[in-house]
Design a protein. Structure first.
Length: 402
């Protein structure tokens, strides 16, 4: 699958942040005012062609998208068959091919287009923005929060659309409405916290047959360095606090709490029986397990947030992180123990770098392997920003590219 890729940078001036970061201006007014500055002032730093294997996209579909689809590319091909006339609703009779009657075309599936956009945004972001996907926000802005360098978090928002054109110019590559939406969200976010990079990841469908061709445009928006120096980070962004709490609790439970781990191995019928026996349909952890899990989770926080924020920021958000951890633990039920069961079992099965089945796709299987701490550390220490490596295997397991 060929991808026409471009990377653009745009410094959002202090005058724009001060004026249009205010709620005095509507989103429409702010977007229209700032868009000309983006189109005239953004710098195109990279233009290149990147080719992905469809199997790569299919595997990445397990990792990045918000919506649940078996195969976004296959869905787009089916939609294209309706668009080009290969398919029609079969109700009009034998002489439908004479064109005596008219049928409206099926619409494209927003889920299929959006999922492909999130897949490519995730792959390109981890190849260049940062290797550590810290938070995957569900039904919230942004889509991804990535652990960057120099105390900077990267907020990545993915957008997908049809009818794209391969062109050098931003105003032709991306619909104006999507550009204005990105600008407004970026203004608000950078005004609230200048220690961020905001990335817009725009995936456009150019064609589907005879092969899928897409454009991907990554736009980085950042404030002047003077704003960052005047506002050193003293606490973590709220979205990061919630994501860090979730990962810390999960890691602590997997490492230290057999009572939680046993729920993953418990038969579904037994889990249901336990849930039904409780008075309000919920079975909470014992007080001792909850307290231990809370303590262990807070110890894990430092391992989750490594290098993306100064210690003072982690300490400054300590109270909020503890509160978020406590809320997660208080709401824990056995029914939630099955969430992520498949990946948990693969990651905790023992030997690292052993391929295990995730699910069947057509006549093939999708596999997963836990790389283990040593291999993960090697990958992270050898990571370097390179857009083209989004299409390259991360490593090899059992002789196979992963």
């Amino acid at each position: 699958m060929p991808v026409d890729f471009q990377h653009w940078d745009f410094e959002v001036g202090s005058d724009l942040l001060s004026r249009y970061g205010s709620p005095h201006f509507s989103d429409n007014e702010a977007g229209k005012a700032v868009l000309p500055r983006l189109l005239s002032g953004a710098t195109n730093t990279t233009r290149q062609q990147v080719r992905f294997l469809e199997s790569h996209i299919l595997c990445a579909n397990e990792a990045y998208p918000e919506a649940a689809l078996a195969d976004p590319i296959a869905d787009l091909r089916v939609w294209d068959e309706w668009c080009n006339g290969s398919r029609r609703f079969p109700y009009k009779g034998r002489f439908n091919q004479l064109g005596l009657t008219h049928q409206e075309q099926k619409t494209s599936s927003p889920s299929s287009v959006g999922v492909l956009g999130e897949v490519l945004a995730g792959l390109f972001s981890q190849a260049y923005v940062g290797p550590q996907m810290l938070v995957r926000c569900i039904r919230r802005w942004p889509d991804f929060i990535i652990q960057g360098t120099g105390n900077i978090f990267a907020f990545v928002e993915a957008k997908g659309f049809t009818g794209a054109r391969q062109n050098k110019r931003l105003d032709i590559r991306i619909p104006e409405k999507l550009l204005r939406e990105m600008l407004v969200c970026s203004l608000r976010q950078l005004n609230a916290d200048p220690n961020l990079d905001v990335w817009g990841a725009f995936t456009g469908i150019v064609q589907i047959q005879p092969e899928v061709v897409v454009t991907v445009t990554m736009i980085r928006l950042y404030p002047p360095q003077s704003r960052r120096l005047a506002n050193p980070r003293t606490e973590l962004p709220g979205a990061v606090v919630e994501g860090v709490a979730e990962r810390a609790v999960a890691q602590a439970a997997a490492k230290h709490l057999p009572a939680v781990q046993e729920l993953f191995a418990m038969p579904i019928a037994e889990k249901t029986r336990l849930t039904n026996q409780s008075g309000d349909g919920r079975k909470r952890l014992s007080r001792e397990d909850a307290e231990e899990l809370s303590e262990r989770a807070f110890e894990e926080v430092a391992l989750v947030v490594t290098g993306a924020a100064p210690e003072v920021a982690v300490q400054g958000s300590g109270g909020e992180i503890k509160k978020a951890i406590g809320k997660l633990i208080s709401e824990y039920t056995p029914g939630l123990g099955s969430i992520g069961r498949r990946f948990f079992e693969i990651k905790s099965a023992g030997e690292a770098s052993v391929l295990q089945k995730v699910r069947k796709s057509g006549e093939e299987w999708i596999f997963m392997a836990d790389l283990g701490e040593a291999e993960s550390a090697w990958i992270e220490s050898n990571w370097h920003p390179a857009w083209h490596e989004a299409a390259e295997p991360v490593t090899r397991c059992e002789g196979q590219p992963v």
